[in-house]
Design a protein around this ligand. Sequence first.
Ligand code: ADE
Length: 266
Amino acid sequence: MTERPSTAVRPRTAIVAAMAQELAALLAHLDGDFTVQAHAGRRFHVGRLHGEPVVLVLCGIGKVAAATTAVLLAERYGVQRLVFTGVAGGLAPGVRVGDVVVAGSLLQHDMDASPLFPRWEVPLTGRSEFAADAPLSEALAAAAAQVLAEPGHYGAAGLSDEVHALGVHEPALHQGLIVSGDRFVSSAGESVALQAALPAALAVEMEGAALAQVCHDLGLPFAVLRTISDRADDSAHVDFMRFIEVVASHASAAIVGRWLQSLPGR
Ligand code: ADE
């Protein structure tokens, strides 16, 4: 049985998963007495994970889905912080399949209201990058570093032949810029263009920067944790599907679990 943390009132954490497989891995660890509330086409699982109060929900894909989910979690469920977990395409040369990226900041790579506003700037906000909460991100990165250093961090699959076949070697942890847009980046040409335009970008996905903008508006601390499923190139779609089947859920559930168990006051 999971031990409950000592104090009665603990901050409620939203954990937003990008894919059903990831949500399933997290749900498997929920403490027994949770409720499921259907709203706005989503199922919000309200309960405790490793003894900590949480709301677990599947986000949906793309920036609008992420923004809607974040608003609902803040306004309807009163969460005090938000952690997004999912997969991403690697952009920077050293970001390989199986690596983990914790966002330092996020940017919408498809935002362009030029010449009225600088490219990538969210109009009328004066900013293009939205910083993730530093203490939360550091704590998640520390949990990720611990999990990745352990043998068998990809769950029962371990670093099996099938995982190796996906191109996964010893996974590394990265922290920095993640870019988001309403496109699955699946050609070398597009990936190279993104890297040339945004050389600091480590990884590309479809939700994080939208969630970041909403959390920024609401003053809600957030972090984004991504496992690299593909290199955002011509084989991205093949690698993506296989990665999700074989490993995607294990790493993020283990990292989020480790982080929750490391929270102060337990
Ligand atoms: N999520 C995972 N891989 C991705 C890619 N190549 N493009 C956009 N989002 C992704």
